[in-house]
Design a protein around this ligand. Structure first.
Ligand code: ATP
Length: 444
């Protein structure tokens, strides 16, 4: 894991937030490459969940949330983790995550066993709206994106005129005041979620739970996560929320252990019923065929963006060997991102930087590719070194402009370039005009 954390900082995937002031615990900033990776992930999720389907529409809800919403959802009263204090070193700890020795819970910091009784700690961040600081001005930073979907259910239904079953999808920030943020970005206090609430008739709930579990596993495979590191946990009844009739956790084998990437839960009609009860508003669905009103049930695949990004990075990390400039084998760090996810799709290299014609041609190729994908231009240092730098950030394709391109080695090679594949390190000669389509078809 240290190698991955250090590569993330060195190459600009992820930085500690407020680093120059000592860091803000549990909060992270994504650097240039991390931002691209995260965007690729979110865009692909949006594409398969919303754009390529007839039955799902999107929402972009606010982060600041009315306290009544979170009172109705149960978050104000029960969104807690059990917290204990270590009397020896004063650490605040999450009681359900403590290791036990001979049946006694121990502090992971000092090994002390003198711990306070566990008490519930609410994970929500509370803030004040407006100038007065009375209880009526309390607002919360949302702890999940889902609630705005339930609260806007009727508005979205009215404007989209969807028939059951249909879904509302959202990607956005969520905040939880985690007692012990840890494992790099895995458990953060500010993070992003990709959530779908898929509304259905009660009798469809269990089948749709199975359907969405399959779809979500397929998604992780499509973004290049190896199936053998993905696991499905059928959450036993006593560990499920009381209103859930079935929940699966999709877990990934991180270097620090097998941990949850996403929860797929059949939440029955709990959320809508809670908001109906609390707001007194009608949040149901009129069935044209049966002429009946129903409160839809819901199946929710809820994924963490940051956890999926971390899984992508862990899964891509690899070391193999490749020849250096003198043909001697050396260790090569290579991020084997699926081309769909790779932050930079193609690097463009003039063979030599002091040959004007090569540089000019390379700039032309860069301009040709740019509207189609994220391209990186690099003319510094020996070509092998430049390839290596791109391998380390997972760029799947490299284009080199050489003397053949300029027609100096025969007319038939004019305006052709070498296209190098990151994984096989094989090079093919292709015409410049075909590059956009060749590469686009491999990164879609
Ligand atoms: P955990 O048990 O790990 O705290 P959870 O079961 O509370 O997670 P959910 O409430 O089901 O998580 O949230 C849905 C998804 O949001 C999770 O599967 C995860 O990917 C993401 N998520 C939740 N909490 C965090 C966090 N603190 N940091 C990063 N991602 C998170």
């Amino acid at each position: 894991m240290e190698k991955i954390v250090s590569l993330c900082k060195r190459r600009g995937f992820i930085f500690q937030s407020s680093e120059i002031y000592g860091g803000l615990n549990g909060v992270w900033d994504y650097g240039p490459l991390g931002t691209e990776l995260k965007n690729n992930l979110k865009q692909y999720w949006w594409r398969v969940i919303v754009r390529e389907r007839d039955d799902v529409v999107g929402l972009d809800g606010a982060i600041l949330t009315h306290p009544a919403v979170l009172k109705a959802s149960g978050h104000v009263d029960t969104f807690t983790d059990p917290m204990v204090d270590c009397r020896t070193c004063k650490a605040r700890l999450r009681s359900d995550q403590l290791a036990e020795k001979n049946g006694v819970k121990q502090c992971p910091n000092c090994g002390g066993k003198d711990l306070t009784e566990a008490r519930p700690f609410n994970l929500m961040f509370q803030t004040q709206m407006g100038a007065s600081a009375d209880p009526a001005s309390i607002a919360y930073l949302r702890p999940e994106t889902a609630q705005s979907i339930f609260v806007q259910f009727k508005n979205v239904l009215d404007v989209s005129r969807k028939k059951l079953p249909f879904g509302i999808a959202q990607i956005g920030k969520a905040f939880r005041n985690e007692i012990n943020p840890r494992n790099f970005t895995f458990r953060s206090r500010e993070f992003e979620q990709m959530e779908l609430e898929y509304f259905c008739r009660p009798e469809q709930g269990m089948d749709l739970l199975a359907y969405w579990l399959k779809e979500r596993i397929k998604f992780y495979e499509e973004i290049g996560i190896s199936r053998k590191r993905l696991h499905i946990l059928d959450v036993p009844e006593k560990e499920r929320a009381f209103y859930s009739k079935g929940t699966f956790d999709i877990e990934y084998e991180f270097p620090f252990g097998r941990q949850e990437l996403e929860g797929v839960a059949y939440r029955t009609d709990y959320d809508l019923q809670q908001h109906i009860k609390t707001s007194g508003k009608v949040l149901d669905y009129f069935d044209e065929e049966t002429k009946e009103r129903v409160v839809p049930h819901v199946v929710e695949p809820s994924a963490g963006v940051d956890r999926a990004v971390l899984a992508l990075i862990c899964d891509a990390y690899d070391e193999d060997s490749a020849p250096d400039e003198k043909g001697k084998m050396e260790t090569r760090v290579v991020m084997r991102f699926h081309p769909r996810m790779a932050p930079i799709k193609c690097a463009v290299f003039p063979l030599l930087r002091n040959k004007e014609a090569l540089v000019a041609k390379a700039r032309e190729v860069q301009a040709l590719l740019r509207p189609h994908m994220n391209v990186f231009y690099d003319e510094g240092s020996a070509i092998g070194r430049r390839y290596r730098r791109q391998d380390e950030i997972g760029t799947p394709f490299g284009v080199t402009i050489d003397f053949e391109t300029l027609g100096e080695k025969g007319e038939e090679l004019r305006d052709t370039v070498t296209l190098r594949d990151r994984d096989s390190m094989k090079q093919e000669r292709v015409a410049i005009k075909d590059l956009p389509e060749i590469i686009s078809s491999r990164i879609r």
